[in-house]
Write a new protein. Structure first.
Length: 175
């Protein structure tokens, strides 16, 4: 675990004096779930790295995504109830899967936006609800073994594919 924290420190320049770094969980519609790391880059932006959609065993899949969000503090509330910034920004994703006789990957770009509640508690926590756009751009490559034993593959590029999605996130800021 110490090596993982050290890797985050080196990659993201994490400062332990400020509690701008959080680990969290997310759940999406359609059964998607995972863990993520969130870094408040300043008062007006944040970086969120998602890992999820796990499936292990005969069929294996995993997804990795990153979002860069712009925060807008347009909702005014008493400080005793916390802050409620709106956020919007691009998401880039990579999905990998494999199984008996097939495998592939996809690269996606979409936009996510929502509202976050930064609780006035100690330690600081946040709860977010996001709307995720359909894939603006998707590159997908699949390969499989055909019934006759030959290898086959398919690569597709698509624009505006999929449907709107929802994602619920919870973060705890402790470093």
């Amino acid at each position: 675990m110490k090596k993982i924290v050290l890797l985050f420190v080196l990659l993201f320049g994490i400062s332990f004096a400020e509690k701008n770094n959080a680990l969290g969980l997310w759940v999406g519609d359609g059964g998607g779930w995972g863990v993520d790391y969130k870094r408040l880059m300043g008062k007006d932006n944040a970086l969120d790295i998602y890992l999820g959609d796990f499936e292990l065993g005969d069929n294996t899949s995993v997804g990795l995504g990153a979002g860069y969000y712009f925060l807008f503090n347009v909702i005014k509330a008493d400080a005793s109830v916390g802050r409620f910034p709106l956020h919007v920004g691009p998401n880039l994703g990579l999905g990998l899967w494999s199984g008996s006789g097939y495998g592939g990957f996809d690269l996606t770009l979409n936009i996510a936006g929502g509202i976050t509640w930064f609780t006035p508690t100690s330690p600081t926590m946040d709860v977010s609800l996001e709307v995720v756009s359909p894939h603006i751009v998707q590159l997908r490559h699949s390969s499989w073994t055909a019934p006759n034993g030959s290898d086959d593959s398919d690569t597709r590029f698509s624009v505006i594919k999929g449907s709107l999605g929802l994602r619920f996130l919870f973060h705890l800021y402790f470093f």
